[in-house]
Design a protein around this ligand. Structure first.
Ligand SMILES: NC(=O)c1ccc[n+]([C@@H]2O[C@H](COP(=O)([O-])OP(=O)(O)OC[C@H]3O[C@@H](n4cnc5c(N)ncnc54)[C@H](O)[C@@H]3O)[C@@H](O)[C@H]2O)c1
Ligand SMILES: O=c1ccn([C@@H]2O[C@H](COP(=O)(O)OP(=O)(O)O[C@H]3O[C@H](CO)[C@H](O)[C@H](O)[C@H]3O)[C@@H](O)[C@H]2O)c(=O)[nH]1
Length: 337
């Protein structure tokens, strides 16, 4: 099949382009490069031996998206493109709603006009909000507590309404837990711009000497070691989850929701210890106050993805840290070197 990947030069997108090519698909990428570099695709091509077709296009520009669909026949879409920083979304809500919602509406309107009605969408565990018990199960009522999360929830609603109104659509909503790691080659990985918001990229930059120490946000939670628990998932497992979801919806219409996580929580200090093991030396850290909005613990109920997609995670937190470290060590400045 020919798959259009929006946001395909980004962290999860680039790993998914590689998995798609390895599964034999042709790939077309749309990205506006607001948070990524085309270098990722050059390296993906090096690894797979086949080049993806790249369009430097902003999804907010509907005419430009239309031109991409007019130029090549697309069979299905995996939609990663979006802004993703929770704190930034609180400060700049309009930018987030405009980019994520208008971009998605343009994409699905153009898809509809071109009779392309298969889409796999990047949602997030953040849609479960603060009110649900753990582990999170797909049938729970969702309700995000920040603008970024609300864009995910609203896009889930839009796609669900669309699937209900027009039964020709094949829709997969994938709720990711905490993606970390990198391709084991160390050639592609996460390249955050500015100060990393997320735990593992921050630890990696401390380990490589770009930052002084990790601040652990809160050591007094009601958890085994006092630090928060999250469900970390290797980005290559996550990429494979997209290929599995795409295959599942290919011959089924309707709207499907799956958690993509391991089903297991790991603490901040456990992740730090794994990363230290990968690096082979201690990583400086300090326990400080809690970060506003953080939940003490959450992880996925991962049984639906296993039952429906025969997909489950295969890689441990140790492997995530080893692969993340290989990428960071070989590319201390990310793609910028
Ligand atoms: N990384 C995570 O922790 C995480 C967790 C849950 C969900 N997600 C979601 O998964 C998706 C991919 O995340 P990622 O970590 O790879 O992020 P990323 O920033 O690396 O990738 C997103 C890509 O989308 C592009 N983009 C943004 N707005 C665009 C627009 N209007 N037009 C075209 N391209 C645009 C960016 O340039 C970037 O390459 C996002 O939708 C994100 O919200 C990520
Ligand atoms: O410098 C840091 C960064 C993070 N943490 C802690 O590490 C844990 C993980 O934090 P991340 O920021 O890596 O991940 P979150 O679980 O907060 O959120 C991420 O995963 C969510 C889904 O699970 C959403 O997608 C969200 O958008 C995305 O940022 C949290 O306890 C956080 O307090 C630190 O102690 N120090």
């Amino acid at each position: 099949m020919k798959i259009l990947v929006t946001g395909g030069t980004g962290y999860i997108g680039s790993h998914t382009v590689l998995s798609l090519q390895e599964a034999g698909h042709d790939v077309v990428v749309i990205d506006n490069l607001v948070n990524s570099s085309e270098e990722s695709l050059r390296r993906v091509a090096e690894l797979s031996g086949r080049a993806a077709e790249f369009h430097h296009v902003d999804l907010v520009d509907e005419a430009a998206v239309e031109r991409v669909f007019a130029a090549s026949p697309i069979d299905a879409v995996i939609h990663f493109a979006g802004l993703k920083a929770v704190g930034e979304s609180v400060r700049e809500p309009l930018r987030y709603y405009h980019n994520n919602l208008v971009g998605t509406l343009n994409l699905i309107r153009v898809m509809d006009r071109h009779d392309v009605r298969s889409i796999v969408f990047s949602s997030s565990a953040t849609v479960y909000g603060e009110h649900n018990p753990i582990p999170y199960v797909e049938k729970m009522e969702i309700g995000a507590n920040n603008p970024y999360g609300r864009t995910k929830e609203q896009i889930e609603d839009i796609l669900s309404d669309l699937g209900a109104a027009d039964t020709r659509w094949h829709i997969a909503l994938l709720r990711y837990f905490n993606p970390v790691g990198a391709h084991p080659s160390g050639r592609i990985g996460e390249d955050p711009q500015g100060i990393p918001n997320n735990l593992v990229p921050f630890i990696a930059q401390v380990a490589v000497g770009r930052r002084e120490k990790l601040m652990v946000f809160g050591g007094d939670y009601d958890t085994p070691d006092g630090t928060c628990l999250r469900d970390y998932i290797h980005v290559v497992d996550l990429a494979e989850g997209h290929v599995a979801a795409l295959n599942y919806v290919a011959d089924r219409t309707g709207v499907f929701r799956w958690n993509l996580g391991s089903g297991k929580g790991s603490s901040v200090l456990e992740v730090l210890r794994s990363f230290e093991k990968a690096v082979g030396q201690p990583i400086p850290y300090e326990i400080t106050g809690r970060r506003a909005g953080d939940l003490p613990a959450f992880w996925a109920d991962a049984t639906s993805a296993l039952a429906d997609l025969s997909w489950s995670t295969t890689k441990t937190v140790d492997q995530m840290c080893e692969d993340h470290w290989r990428w960071q060590k070989n590319n201390p400045q990310g793609y910028g070197n």
